[in-house]
Design a protein around this ligand. Structure first.
Ligand code: CMC
Length: 431
């Protein structure tokens, strides 16, 4: 880390403490409060971690005011336009863009781990057919620790590497099979001659009864969706993975925890919630009614796909996603799609409204992703599983970084206790 020559002085209750300040490569300075309790006998209070850096990281940087997202220093718009998902995976995992030979080797390793242990098929049939695919994914990924014993020892760098490759490689197969199980169609096995995105589309949409040709434009759009969601710094699901692994839990259990966190509508579940909202709005003339509801403090309704904890100007992923939506819908000949019209008009009206402007609420990545995914043929229930497939590499990169960090300790937040003071137990007949 860090130049610790600067200090912040904190005075309270007759004490004065000098706290080191660290200067990051990019972003605001960070005050080190780790010794605050030992030296000052106080905790800090920061619900939702809005001002707290919980770790040191070299992977992803976000400037929310400027709408900047960098992976290992490279801007997301350049990666989305010029790179592809597996190359970005390599970059996130190992810190540098690969050479041609390194990329070929990495792609071969991922490609040759895409099949699931055959016995895992039985696991799927234990679920109800109408189970949400995210519920299936939490279960199946957690169950991987029961099938891949040779990659659960986190103290062994080789096992960590194998677990990483297995997770990135198998996640599309798991998501596609959750989809197939839901629709009642036979599972489709991965094919080693296809790229990552094409393989996923084929496992989702082909059936044994006929040939399936992957459309290269749809495959490119799928790859871009994976790329745009690959990592996002210390968001809720990534922090969940870090917290779970801080206890020494195995990688499959930790990633299952990340999937569970991602599911919520404030996080990865927003893409499903957003498309459902756009459909509920239905026609452009109903937009004002929904904007009024979003502004009403007595109504819990929020505009899904709007707002972000970190981005306060624009979400750079949303810009790329909007372009992709236009391209995909044009290719599919549905550019007059009524949901896209509602989305575009809603964006326009909300951005012109002082409420959204003043609170710095802008469309986020999930505002347009659902429109593309639906046009490709995915039901809304598959939107968050696709986010989970994409984010797996981010979770793993952060997990590996954390295990190599000498400062790593079990995560154990403190609290501001406001409950009852000590009191004596009272027998039931005397209460
Ligand atoms: N619609 C209407 N009002 C909103 C919205 C919204 N989508 N988002 C925030 N606000 C208001 C909120 O009511 C609050 O108002 P006030 O200050 O008067 O109480 C203010 O804006 C700040 O909101 P917050 O909840 O304190 O902000 P946060 O940083 O805790 O929450 C968020 C960020 C993304 C959870 C929130 O904006 C939200 O719920 N958005 C909708 C869900 C969504 O699209 N999530 C996807 C995020 S991007 C994908 C990902 O990374 O997972």
């Amino acid at each position: 880390m860090a130049d610790d020559k600067k200090t912040a002085t904190l005075s309270f209750g007759g004490k004065t403490l000098d706290l080191p300040i660290y200067t990051p490569t990019l972003g605001p300075d960070v005050i080190d409060i780790s010794k605050l309790y030992a030296q000052g006998d106080v905790f800090t209070y920061d619900p939702g971690f809005t001002s707290t850096a919980a770790c040191e990281s070299t992977i992803t940087f976000i400037d929310g005011e400027e709408g900047v997202l960098l992976h290992r220093g490279y801007p997301i718009d350049q990666l989305a336009a010029e790179s592809h998902y597996l190359e970005v995976c390599y970059l996130l995992l190992y810190g540098e863009l690969p050479t041609g030979a390194q990329l070929e080797d990495f792609e071969a390793r991922v490609t040759h781990h895409t099949m699931l242990h055959e016995q895992m098929r039985n696991f799927f049939s234990g679920f109800r057919r109408d189970a949400h695919p995210m519920a299936v994914m939490v279960g199946i990924v957690g169950a991987m620790s029961a099938f891949y014993h040779d990659s659960t020892d986190i103290s062994d760098p080789w096992q960590r590497e194998v677990a990483s490759i297995r997770l990135i490689a198998k996640m599309p197969t798991i998501a596609a099979w959750a989809f197939k199980y839901h629709t009642g169609q036979p599972f489709v096995y991965p094919r080693n001659d296809l790229d990552y995105a094409s393989n996923f589309l084929r496992m989702c949409f082909s059936v044994p009864a006929e040939e399936y040709e992957v459309n290269p434009i749809l495959s490119r759009a799928m790859d871009r969706i994976f790329t745009l969601h690959a990592d996002h710094e210390q968001n809720a699901s990534t922090s969940t993975v870090r917290l779970a692994s801080s206890s020494g839990a195995n990688p499959f259990a930790c990633i299952a925890a990340g999937i569970a966190c991602l599911w919520g509508p404030a996080h990865g579940g927003a893409n499903q919630a957003c498309l459902e909202m756009l459909k509920e709005i239905g026609t452009v003339d109903r937009i004002p009614e929904f904007i009024a509801r979003a502004k009403d403090k007595n109504d819990p309704f929020r505009l899904m796909g709007f707002g972000h904890r970190v981005y306060k100007n624009f979400d750079p992923r949303a810009t790329v996603m909007k372009q992709s939506a236009d391209e995909v819908l044009e290719l599919l000949g549905v550019e007059d799609n009524p949901i896209l019209q509602v989305a575009k008009e809603l964006e326009k009206q909300a951005l012109a409204d002082p409420y959204f402007h003043d609170k710095k609420l802008f469309p986020n990545v999930d505002f347009y992703s659902g429109i593309i995914l639906e046009a490709m043929g995915f039901p809304t229930s598959m939107f968050t599983p696709i986010f989970a497939v994409s984010r797996t590499v981010g979770w793993i990169s952060q997990w590996k970084e954390m295990l190599n960090d000498p400062a790593q300790r079990i995560g154990r937040p403190r609290q501001l206790y406001v409950g009852a003071e000590k009191r004596d137990y009272v027998d039931v007949e005397n209460r």
